[in-house]
Design a protein around this ligand. Structure first.
Ligand code: ADP
Ligand code: GN1
Ligand code: MG
Length: 357
C-alpha cells in the first residue's frame, strides 16, 4: 500500500466527522509525508492536514507531539488573550482515543492538524512585502514563546544546530565514502573546511553561554510560514517538530538563508543564484519590530547567522550525498549535491554583498 492509500485508511482514526470528499499529497517538505483531506458535513467543508512522522529522523514521535501540544496550546491562549482576530494558529486534532497521534498497523505515527485555509506558501521569496511579513511572523512567534518554560520541552533532535557535530558527521561520511562519490566533491569539501572555524562561532557562543538560550523553532524556512491570501500577513508558523531550546540566531539564519536567495535551494543553475540585499533589509525590519527583547550580542550576529545556517545546510546536504541520500527526500540521484552547491554559491554571494547590508 502506498502512503496515499495508507493516509486514506488511517484518517478515520481521528476525531473528524462528515464525509471524505478528497485527499491529496503535499510535496513541499523534505522530511514528513503530508496529505490534505477535504470533508463535508451538512454542507460545510472542512480541511485537514495529515502527516506521517518520519521515524528515522524523529526517533521519539510521542515526544515531538508532546512539544507540539504544549507549544500550540500556549500560542492559542496568547492569541485569544490578545484578541488578534486575524491570527490563526496551528491546532492538533486528537485521535479517537484522545491522543495527539495515531499509530498504524506498521507502527507508523500519524498526526492531524486543522488545515489553515485561504493562505499562500512560498518556496521562494516573492516581494519585499512578503519578506517584511516573514520577519514579523518569526519575530512574533519567538516573542509569543518568550515566556514559555523551555524545561518542558523534549530535545527532538540532539545537536541539531551544533556545527562542530555536523562537521564530525561530514568527516565520517568522507572517511566511509559509502556511496563512492568522494572524488566528485573535492571543491565543495575544500570550501567548507576552509570556512569551518567561522561557521562554528555561533554554536560555540551558544554552548558557552555568551549567546542566550531561548525557545526557538529551528526550521524557519519560508514554506513553514503561512501568509494570508487576503492581507499578505504572515499569520501562522507551522512545522513545529524541531521546537527546542536554541538561540534566535538559528531562526534568523534559516529565514535569511531561504528568503534572501533569488532561487530555491533546488536550483541547479548556479548563475541564477544571488543574495537579495533588499529582501534582507525588509526581513530585518519586520523581525526587529516584533522581537523587541533581544540582547546586543544577538542583534549583532543576525547578519552572520544567515551565512552560518547556509553553511550548516551545505554541510548537511553534502554529508547526505556522500552517505547515499539516506536523510532527505530526493527527486533524482544528484539532488543533494545540487543543493549543497547551491548553498555554497549562496554563501559566496552573501560575501560579495557583505558590505551592502
Ligand atoms: P515537513 O516537515 O515535511 O516540511 P510541514 O509541516 O512543513 O512538513 O508541511 C508541509 C507543507 O504542508 C507546508 O509547507 C504547507 O504548505 C502545508 N501545510 C502543513 N500544515 C498545514 C496547515 N495546518 N494548514 C495549511 N497548510 C499546511
Ligand atoms: C528539512 O522539514 P522541512 O522540509 O521543513 C530539515 C531542515 C532543513 C530543510 C532544508 C528535521 O526541513 O533542517 O533546513 O529540510 N528538517 C529536519 O530544506 O532535518
Ligand atoms: Mg516544512
Amino acid at each position: 500500500m502506498d502512503n496515499l492509500e495508507k493516509a486514506k485508511s488511517i484518517i478515520g482514526n481521528f476525531r473528524i466527522d462528515g464525509e471524505l470528499e478528497k485527499i491529496k499529497i503535499n510535496t513541499q517538505g523534505h522530511i514528513n509525508s503530508t496529505f490534505i483531506s477535504t470533508f463535508t458535513e451538512n454542507g460545510k467543508v472542512r480541511k485537514y492536514t495529515h502527516q506521517m512522522i518520519n521515524k528515522s529522523v524523529f526517533t521519539h514521535p510521542d515526544e515531538v507531539m508532546s512539544n507540539i501540544m504544549l507549544v500550540t496550546e500556549h500560542i492559542q491562549n496568547k492569541v485569544r488573550r490578545m484578541d488578534e482576530a486575524e491570527s490563526r494558529c496551528l491546532s492538533v486534532v486528537l485521535s479517537r482515543d484522545g491522543k495527539p497521534y495515531y499509530i498504524d498497523s506498521d507502527g507508523e505515527y500519524w498526526r492531524t492538524y486543522h488545515f489553515i485555509d485561504d493562505v499562500d506558501t512560498f518556496d521562494k521569496m516573492d516581494s519585499d512585502k512578503i519578506a517584511y511579513e516573514l520577519g514579523r511572523a518569526i519575530g512574533n512567534f519567538q516573542s509569543q514563546l518568550s515566556d514559555f518554560d523551555s524545561s518542558k520541552l523534549y530535545t527532538t533532535i540532539k545537536d541539531f544546530h551544533n556545527m562542530n557535530w555536523r562537521y564530525e558527521q561530514l568527516d565520517e561520511a568522507v572517511r566511509n565514502n559509502k556511496a563512492g562519490r568522494l572524488s566528485l566533491v573535492s571543491a565543495e569539501l575544500e570550501f567548507l573546511y576552509a570556512n569551518k572555524e567561522r561557521g562554528c562561532r555561533i554554536w560555540n557562543g551558544f554552548a558557552d553561554g555568551s549567546i542566550p538560550s531561548r525557545v526557538t523553532h529551528n526550521d524557519t524556512k519560508l514554506n513553514n510560514v503561512l501568509f494570508s491570501k487576503k492581507t499578505g500577513e504572515g499569520i501562522c508558523v507551522i512545522d513545529l517538530d524541531t521546537i527546542m531550546p536554541g538561540t534566535i540566531l538559528f531562526d534568523t539564519g534559516d529565514m535569511i538563508r531561504v528568503s534572501c536567495s533569488t532561487v530555491t535551494e533546488d536550483e541547479k543553475d548556479l548563475s541564477k543564484i544571488d543574495f537579495s540585499v533588499s529582501f534582507y533589509k525588509s526581513i530585518f525590519k519586520g523581525y526587529l519590530e516584533k522581537a523587541d527583547y533581544l540582547e546586543d550580542i544577538e542583534k549583532s550576529l543576525i547578519k552572520e547567522s544567515g551565512r552560518t545556517i547556509t553553511q550548516i545546510m551545505a554541510v548537511r546536504f553534502l554529508t547526505d550525498y556522500l552517505n547515499g541520500d539516506v536523510y532527505y527526500h530526493i527527486a533524482y540521484p544528484e539532488h543533494n549535491i545540487v543543493r549543497a552547491r547551491n548553498q555554497i554559491q549562496l554563501m559566496k554571494k552573501m560575501d560579495e554583498h557583505w558590505d551592502e547590508y
